[in-house]
Design a protein around this ligand. Structure first.
Ligand SMILES: Nc1nc2c(ncn2[C@@H]2O[C@H](COP(=O)(O)OP(=O)(O)OP(=O)(O)O)[C@@H](O)[C@H]2O)c(=O)[nH]1
Ligand SMILES: [K+]
Ligand SMILES: [Mg+2]
Length: 471
């Protein structure tokens, strides 16, 4: 079937919306084919083990050349790997995964060797001597898996997220997405639309027959229901995206409020410069925390004040920018600071936590106006703060059940689909069926762009660029 946009109408051309596995997306990239790619797929050593991975038609020739043998598929075989002159490079495990039942859909070869730098370097040098072999681009293994129909785009993105996952909640969501949670949902919706479209097309092929009103009404009823499901799914979108990038918590306040000190304490390391000079922090600093499995990014910012210093002013501008984009704003009011610092008003949907910092300087009988009392000096209030943040993280990132979209491009595709469905329904059953069919086709196309079933060549570079080399 064609992977590209198609001009002709007819449900059949959309074909095969169900399983994408095993479907080759012909002519999509020109990447698949002649070249065999190789890369160090484990992190650079020294390490106990390094894995070098190859994909492409030259795998068997390389295996014979290096190991002087072609071991049984999918069985680890211990072999001495030799360079062209027969000198041993290392002993290691050789694993063959013949295509198409491999990760990429092509012949794949894995070499598990000792993770020493010289071993990896000499092995890659030896690989360079084989015909048709070259180093892989970032994400090229996964891109080939997509092009060869082994996974769809959302699953490929799930693989990237899995590698990037820093916390348990991120890992779980990524594993679900890599396992097809989103593609199952979107393919299901596409199939549902395809069925309606096929129905309409069948009538359109016989222009002499009238399409009974109740048939069209039934179609439109389900299309409206689907639009509702997409609205509900979109309502969850921010959670998925938030979970991917971590809850953004901006620490703000006047100079010397103790923002950087608090960041260092929560990070348990010396990330930011602390001093008694007001205006110390100018750049935005970030640390990643794992709070009960939830990813939280703490952001230290420049103290908010009017200033003549151009560099500090830029720092204040950046602080305001991050504050506006944050999920949570932690505003520090220092106990020893000028009374009456008030948060600059800004447009943000962020949750605001107001706290008195340097609470150890507070007179024993002083009130805190219901604000959280924090002291980096005594540790007062820190457990409560962490508990608040963990609770907010769970509240703002836990999915309301089922998989949530994790990228802006998912959201955009879903919004396009939804508009097309709403257009289809709007005119009622009396509208010409050709026009309704066209709206359904556009809706399917919008879903297809998310999963990569149609018309996505322009997206691929952007999506796979974010992968590391060797994946
Ligand atoms: N007593 C007391 N002093 C603190 C506390 N936290 C920070 N300080 C002191 O307050 C001063 C300013 O701390 P910083 O962490 O640099 O404050 P900041 O808000 O990052 O300041 P700028 O980056 O200049 O805006 C330093 O001398 C800290 O040692 C605290 O909880 N109690
Ligand atoms: K300071
Ligand atoms: Mg600071």
């Amino acid at each position: 079937m064609a992977a590209h946009g198609r001009a002709g109408r007819g449900a059949d051309a959309e074909g095969d919306v169900g399983g994408h596995v095993g479907r080759r997306q012909e002519g999509l990239t020109g990447l698949s084919g002649a070249d065999t790619i190789c890369a160090l797929s484990s992190a650079p050593g020294p390490a106990g083990v390094a894995v070098i991975r190859l994909s492409g038609p030259a795998c068997d020739a390389v295996c014979r050349g290096l190991a002087r043998d072609l071991p049984e598929p999918r069985r680890a075989a211990l072999r001495t790997l030799r360079d062209r002159d027969g000198a041993a490079i290392d002993r290691g495990l050789v694993l063959r995964f013949p295509g198409p039942g491999s990760f990429t859909g092509e012949d794949v070869l894995e070499l598990h060797v000792h993770g020493g730098r010289a071993i990896v370097e000499d092995l890659l040098a030896a690989l360079g001597g084989f015909e048709g072999l070259r180093m892989a681009e970032p994400g090229e293994f996964t891109r080939r898996a997509f092009v060869n129909g082994r996974m769809d785009l959302t699953e490929a993105e799930g693989v990237a997220d899995l590698i990037a996952a820093e916390t348990t909640a991120q890992r779980r969501a990524a594993l679900d997405q890599a396992g097809g949670a989103l593609s199952g949902l979107y393919d299901g919706w596409r199939t549902r639309l395809l069925r309606h479209l096929a129905h309409l097309e069948a009538w359109l092929d016989f222009p002499d027959e009238e399409l009974p009103d109740d048939v069209m009404a039934g179609v439109l009823e389900d299309v409206a229901a689907l639009a509702g499901e997409i609205v509900a799914h979109l309502a969850d979108a921010r959670r998925g995206e938030r979970l991917r990038r971590g809850l953004q918590v901006a620490i703000v306040g006047p100079p010397n409020a103790g923002k950087s000190t608090l960041l260092n304490i929560l990070a348990e390391r010396d990330v930011a410069i602390v001093s008694e000079t007001p205006g110390t922090t100018r750049d935005v600093l970030e640390v990643h925390l794992d709070l009960g499995g939830w990813p939280v990014t703490l952001i230290d910012t420049a103290g908010l004040r009017e200033t003549e210093d151009a560099v500090e002013r830029e720092g204040v501008r950046r602080a305001a920018e991050r504050m506006a984009a944050a999920d949570v704003v932690l505003a520090l009011h220092p106990a020893d600071g000028a009374a009456g610092f008030s948060m600059p008003s800004h447009e943000t949907a962020a949750v605001l936590i107001e706290a008195v910092s340097k609470a150890d300087r507070l007179a024993p009988d002083a009130g805190a106006d219901g604000r959280l009392r924090l002291s980096a000096a005594t540790g007062q209030g820190l457990p409560e703060l962490l508990e608040r943040l963990t609770g907010l993280a769970a509240e703002l990132m836990a999915s309301g059940g089922g998989a949530a979209p994790t990228r802006a491009r998912h959201r955009a595709g879903l919004a396009d689909c939804r508009s097309a469905l709403e257009r289809a329904v709007e005119g009622g059953p009396g509208r010409p069926p050709e026009l309704i069919a066209e709206d359904l086709r556009l809706a399917m196309r919008a879903l297809g762009r998310i999963t990569g079933a149609v018309d996505v060549e322009d997206l691929l570079d952007v999506i796979f660029r974010d992968f590391c080399i060797g994946k």
